[in-house]
Design a protein. Structure first.
Length: 140
């Protein structure tokens, strides 16, 4: 089933979002949510899901080599479980270990300073997560 995919780059204070087009070819940065907690983030994400007619979600999960999960990975897993309990759409995960680093490099290449728009890193990281997901699942 085609439809928009919403990619989510969860953080403690900000959540980066990116959307695919309905044909699932293009990954575009969408919005950065300022959040108080997981419940606030999920409520705002549900609004985006409804407004943008999202049919699938992918959440970046920070994995690292080795058997032990980082504290951030554990927090993201709690977020994912809470999100799954509130949405009807399928929720997938993808390793996003270096998406923020790639996003910062991308901004530097564009000549933009991160301090001007801290949320830009989160939005671009979400777009990188979505692009990787599309590549792995659709071959784009």
């Amino acid at each position: 089933m085609l439809g928009r995919i919403l990619a989510i780059d969860p953080g403690g204070r900000r959540v980066g979002l990116a959307l695919s087009d309905p044909l699932r070819i293009i990954a575009s940065p969408y919005e950065t949510l300022l959040i108080k907690d997981n419940d606030d983030a999920i409520q705002q994400i549900c609004t985006v899901i409804d407004e943008q007619q999202v049919t699938e979600l992918v959440v970046g999960l920070p994995l690292r080599p080795g058997a032990e999960k980082s504290e951030q990975a554990k927090r993201v897993e709690v977020f994912i479980e809470a999100l799954k309990a509130k949405v009807d759409q399928p929720v997938y995960t993808i390793d996003e270990s270096y998406s923020s680093v790639e996003a910062e490099e991308s901004l530097h290449q564009m000549g933009k300073k991160i301090g001007q728009d801290k949320g830009a890193v989160d939005r671009i990281a979400a777009a990188i997560i979505l692009k990787q997901y599309l590549k792995e699942t659709q071959g784009y």
